[in-house]
Design a protein around this ligand. Structure first.
Ligand SMILES: [Zn+2]
Length: 198
């Protein structure tokens, strides 16, 4: 299965010249919501890490009770991963103070084994925030499962558990003063999600 083609067809993976929220420029941008709007395509792409996890489970290397994703980006991936893995799915979210919490009567039982779902993992910071909420409630995080792993090339795993992804695509980013795409001057700089020139 050609994951990259599916991501491109659904415009979830864009190539060009993008202004990131950090101010840096990049040649690629992922908007997984564009993939997730097509359940059939999403199901195919998300089955890639699911198959890897099921192989680990069959080898008795991993076990899990539920999939949890942080809102918003993790909700639909958590649901689809859980559907394929045959577990419940729920989500963490931010409260009025901006803290990540578990609400809506979702419950963590002591020792519950959790797969943490995300759309994209870049630095892992938001994953760690959700993980802490769940660990404080007694959960054990057994793996992260995501659509795109965008950690920098040669980046160390920021977690004490493995990462499973449908696609590994390290972020390539440039300072605006030192951007080969600006220097080439062929592709206009755009803000992701907008087609307008900056
Ligand atoms: Zn540039």
């Amino acid at each position: 299965m050609d994951i990259i083609s599916i991501l491109q067809e659904s415009e979830a993976m864009l190539s060009g010249h993008f202004l990131l929220s950090s101010g840096c420029h990049s040649d690629k941008y992922f908007q997984c919501a564009k993939l997730l709007q097509y359940p059939d395509k999403a199901s195919l792409v998300l089955s890639v890490p699911v198959q890897e996890i099921l192989a680990e489970k069959n080898a008795e290397k991993i076990d899990f009770d539920a999939v949890v994703g942080p809102a918003m980006g993790g909700i639909i991936p958590a649901y689809e991963f859980a559907r394929q893995l045959g577990t419940p799915a729920f989500f963490t979210e931010r409260n009025e103070d901006g803290d990540m919490v578990l609400r809506r009567g979702f419950e963590i039982k002591e020792g519950m084994k959790i797969l943490l779902a995300e759309d994209v993992i870049t630095t892992g910071r938001s994953t760690l925030e959700s993980a802490k909420v769940l660990q404080d409630l007694g959960a054990k995080i057994v793996a992260s499962i995501c659509i795109v792993d965008r950690r920098a090339e040669n980046a160390e795993n920021p977690f004490s558990w493995p990462i499973f992804s449908a696609l590994r695509s390290p972020t390539l980013k440039f300072e605006p003063t030192n951007c080969p795409l600006c220097d080439a001057g062929e592709i206009p700089l755009v803000k992701p999600g907008s087609r307008k020139k900056i």
